[in-house]
Design a protein around this ligand. Structure first.
Ligand SMILES: Cc1cc2nc3c(=O)[nH]c(=O)nc-3n(C[C@H](O)[C@H](O)[C@H](O)COP(=O)(O)OP(=O)(O)OC[C@H]3O[C@@H](n4cnc5c(N)ncnc54)[C@H](O)[C@@H]3O)c2cc1C
Length: 271
C-alpha cells in the first residue's frame, strides 16, 4: 500500500510530491498522470510569469505566498539551472478613468512590500515604444520561468528519492478499501493508499465527485479555483503570443480586468 497517492502531474501535484519526499523520506509515494508527459495541461500552457503579488489584498495568504514564492522560485530555477529571467514589468493606465485603479495597485504593491514606482508617459514609451499609457507602475520583481522545466525537475527529484511516477494512467474511481482507507482505481489497476491528494487541476471537481463529494462541495471548490475564467485566460495568452509575433511588444502583455495593461520590462535586464 502507498502512503500517499497524488492525482495529477501538473506543477501542483509534482510540487506536493517533491515536498512529501522531503518531509517523509520513508513514505511510499505514487503520482498518477493521465497524459504521457508531465505539465501537459495548464502548467505547460501558461504565460510563464513569476507573479510579484502586486494584485493581491495586503495581509492575505495570496499576497504572502506570492511574495515568498517568487523568491523561492528564482532560487530553485537558479540552483537547478532552469531558464528564467527577472525581467520586471510595467502596468499602465490608458485613460483617466483607470488612474484611481492604478493608484490602488500602487498602494497594494507598497503595502505588500514590493519595490514599485510610479512612471509617466515618457518612461512608458522609453521602455515599450508601442505601448500607449498616461501613467504607469514599474514592478522590478516580476519575472518569467520555464514552468515545463520546473515540472520536469520536480519529477526527476521525486524519482531520485524513490517516489513512483505513473504516466498515461487515468484515475477512474475512488472507492473505500478494506479498513476504510481509499482505493484509487485506474486504467492500470487499483492502488490502495493511506491518503489521496487531488491535484487534477481543472478536473479536480470530477475527481472530488469520484470520491463521493456532494455537488455543493464541488461548487465551492470550483469557486475557490476561480472556475469559469479559464476561457478568458486562454484568450489573454493567445493575445500575448500574437502581439509578440507581430513585434508589438518586447516582453509580455497581460490585461488586468480587461483594461489596465501589464508589460514586462526588458529594460530592467539591461537589454
Ligand atoms: C492561459 C493561462 C495562463 C497562465 N499564466 C500563468 C502565469 O503566467 N503564471 C502563473 O503562476 N500561473 C499562470 N497560470 C495558472 C497556472 O498555470 C496554474 O495555476 C497551474 O498550472 C495549475 O497547475 P495544476 O497542477 O493545478 O494543474 P494542471 O497543470 O492542469 O495539472 C493537472 C493535471 O491533472 C491531470 N489529471 C486530470 N484528471 C486526471 C485523472 N482522472 N487521472 C490522472 N490525471 C489527471 C491532468 O492531465 C493534468 O496534467 C495560467 C493559467 C492559464 C490557463
Amino acid at each position: 500500500m502507498h502512503d500517499f497517492a497524488i492525482i495529477g502531474g501538473g506543477i501542483v501535484g509534482l510540487s506536493v510530491g517533491m515536498h512529501l519526499t522531503e518531509r517523509f523520506p520513508d513514505a511510499r509515494i505514487l503520482l498518477i498522470e493521465k497524459e504521457d508527459h508531465f505539465a501537459a495541461h495548464q502548467t505547460g500552457h501558461n504565460s510563464g510569469v513569476i507573479h510579484s503579488g502586486i494584485y493581491y489584498k495586503p495581509g492575505s495568504f495570496k499576497a504572502k505566498f506570492a511574495v515568498e514564492g517568487l523568491k523561492l522560485m528564482y532560487d530553485f530555477c537558479q540552483r537547478q539551472n532552469i531558464t528564467h529571467e527577472n525581467c520586471g514589468k510595467i502596468i499602465v493606465a490608458t485613460d483617466e478613468h483607470e488612474l484611481p485603479q492604478l493608484d490602488n495597485l500602487l498602494q497594494r504593491g507598497l503595502a505588500n512590500g514590493l519595490a514599485v514606482t510610479k512612471i509617466g508617459p515618457e518612461q512608458i514609451k522609453e521602455i515599450e515604444p508601442h505601448c500607449n499609457g498616461i501613467a504607469g507602475i514599474r514592478v522590478t520583481t516580476t519575472g518569467i520561468a520555464d514552468y515545463k522545466g520546473v515540472a520536469a525537475t520536480y519529477a526527476r527529484i521525486i524519482n531520485e528519492r524513490g517516489g513512483e511516477l505513473k504516466l498515461g494512467v487515468r484515475v477512474t474511481g475512488i472507492e473505500e478499501h478494506e479498513g476504510g482507507s481509499p482505493l484509487v482505481q485506474t486504467t492500470a489497476g487499483d492502488f490502495p493508499a493511506k491518503f489521496v491528494i487531488n491535484c487534477a487541476g481543472l478536473h479536480c471537481d470530477r475527481i472530488a465527485r469520484l470520491a463521493g463529494a456532494s455537488s455543493q462541495a464541488v461548487f465551492h471548490l470550483k469557486q475557490a479555483m476561480g472556475g469559469g475564467k479559464t476561457h478568458l485566460l486562454v484568450g489573454f495568452g493567445l493575445l500575448q503570443n500574437l502581439m509578440e509575433r507581430a513585434g508589438h511588444c518586447h516582453g509580455g502583455l497581460w490585461p488586468f480586468h480587461g483594461r489596465v495593461n501589464t508589460v514586462f520590462d526588458p529594460a530592467l535586464l539591461g537589454r
